[in-house]
Structures are given as C-alpha cells and as structure tokens.
Write a protein that binds this ligand. Sequence first.
Ligand code: IPM
Ligand code: MG
Length: 361
Amino acid sequence: MTQQYRITLLPGDGIGPEIMAVTVEVLQAIAPRFDLQFEFTEALIGGSAIDQTGKPLPEETLTTCRASDAVLLAAIGGYKWDKLPRHQRPETGLLGLRSGLELFANLRPATILPQLVEASTLKREVVEGVDIMVVRELTGGIYFGQPKGLFSSETGEQRGVNTMAYTRSEIDRIVKVGFETAKKRRGQLCSVDKANVLDVSQLWRDRAIALATDYPEVTLSHLYVDNAAMQLVRAPKQFDTIVTGNLFGDILSDAAAMLTGSIGMLPSASLGEPGKPGVFEPVHGSAPDIAGQDKANPMAQVLSAAMMLRYALDQPAAATALETAVTTVLDQGYRTGDIWSDGMTAVGCKGMGEALLKALG
Ligand code: IPM
Ligand code: MG
C-alpha cells in the first residue's frame, strides 16, 4: 500500500530555494520505487517571510509544520535583513521554529566520505575515517535563557545580557539522547562543557555522570569545550558521539563539519518528543554570496531528506537510496565548487541535481 506523507517545505533564503528544488525532484523520483507519496506544502520562514508578511515566522508556518509528518528546511538569513531589530531577524524565525516545535535534540553527523578526503583542509591521515555525531541541545541554554536583552547599567552604560541556564530535566533529556545515540554507534559518549568555570556546566556534568549508570554499555568521557575544539582539529578520530549544550554545539558542529571538507555536504536532524514532526536541514547557512548563481551544493539538503526518511518516516531503504546516489555521483567525479579538486568535473547546483537523478535511474 502506498504510504502518504505530508512534508512541509521551508526553502527560506539565499541558496535555499535552489537546493530545495533539487531535493524535491530527487524525492519525487524515488517515491514510486518505494511506494511513497509526498504531499508537499511550502511555507515561509526567514527573510523571505519578513519581506512578504513582516514576520520571520508567520503563525501559519508553525501551524502547517505542526500538521505535517516532517519539515524539510533549507536555510535562512542574508545581509539584507541583518540590520533589523532582533525580533524581526530571520534567525529569530529559525529559533522560533525550534522552540515552537520543541525540537530539543539536534543531531549533526560529520562523516568524511572517502571520495572527499582531498577536499579537507586537514591532512589525510588526520581525517580519513572520521565519523562523529554531534548531539546539540537546541531549545535551551544561552540562546533562550532569561534575562536577555540590551539594558542600561547603574552608571548608565549600555549593557548586553544573555543567560546560560539549564534545568536538570532539560539536561537529562538531551544527555539521554546522547547515550542512546552512542549506544547505536560505537558506544563512546563525550560530554562537552565548561565545568571548570560555569555552574550551569557543573550541573550538566553531574547529570551526565548520574545518568551513565543507566547505560553500562556506553563509555562516558568529559571535555572542556576549549579542549574539545582543539582535539577536534588535532585528532578527530578519537570522537564517536559528542553531547553538548546549545552554544557549544553550534560552534563545535561547524568545526566538525569542516573536517569533512565542506559544510556543503552535511545534513542535520532536529527532533522533539517521538511522534511530533522533526525538522531536517543542512548544517550550512543561506550563503547569500553565491545565491541565485547556480553554484550551491545541494548534497547537504538531499542528505537531510535522507535523514528525514530514516528518522521521521521510518523508510530506511529510501534513505539509503539517496545516500547511495550521493556517493555514486561523487565516484563519477561530479563536484560543485566547494568540493572541487583537480581532475574532477565541475557542476552547478542544477547539474548536480541532474547527476543525482541519473544515478537514481
Ligand atoms: C545553526 C546556525 C543557527 C544557530 C543560526 C542561523 C541562528 O548557526 O543552525 O547552527 O546558531 O543555531
Ligand atoms: Mg551554527
């Protein structure tokens, strides 16, 4: 029987619409083979939503997302909206989507594909075989803590404030995702904090240690975030699964992404409680500098669709088909600018889409 899925598409800004267009074509192409039917509904977010409605996350977008089986998001933001008051910025729309759908767990895999070892700025022996999963807390910490804002100090000086805060239950639910993820991988969980300085991190570390007794099959280690950043570029193969807070995860996931050669290759999944729709999106941003020029790499978006098929729709065979198409076109030598190296065939976003469709047969 044909499985039907309602997917909300949020193409957003910059290169978003280009990479989304490729991904939708690819999903349509595989649907009949796996007896799937997708009902796509497009909604507004980010700068394009500001331009059309005055708001970065119109209420209608949240309603549409909540009523769907999964959300596929491309990217938001651009120079044009950078000077607006914060509540009207594209980034506020993205944060609103995360909190509105209670997507507290962000899974960001950084896996180096053998075909792209040369595209990494690090030495082959350092990056070959890297396979890391960063589990980032996504709806708490300094991104959302109160108080926050611009205030005036006692001397009348301007003062900017954000608060890094986590409750015990917020820590527990994300650290559990970390343990569960590590359990399905190589059984090593590294919890990253700044417990030598921050009280919020001390609670984080204490909870990680307390929860470890429920996961005897997982080896738990701890690193301070500064050391973790250093270790990621020094000897990344020591990492299996990393679990960390919102801000540290934001920073470390970009660093981990670059080990693989290009952030243009990496997907992510943002998940809430089981049964609620997750959001699947590339780790990279909207790249306004190359938007509309047919230069973007659509692979991270296509791989995000694969994560959606695997994690949200329970269609692992269809997910594998997309992942295999990606490695096939890389084997055939097709490269967008971000991953191009000598002797490879340079293609644009559309050309890469065509190559993917051909690989899918
Ligand atoms: C990310 C991005 C976002 C974040 C921005 C665009 C708000 O950097 O998804 O990593 O900081 O979370
Ligand atoms: Mg980021």
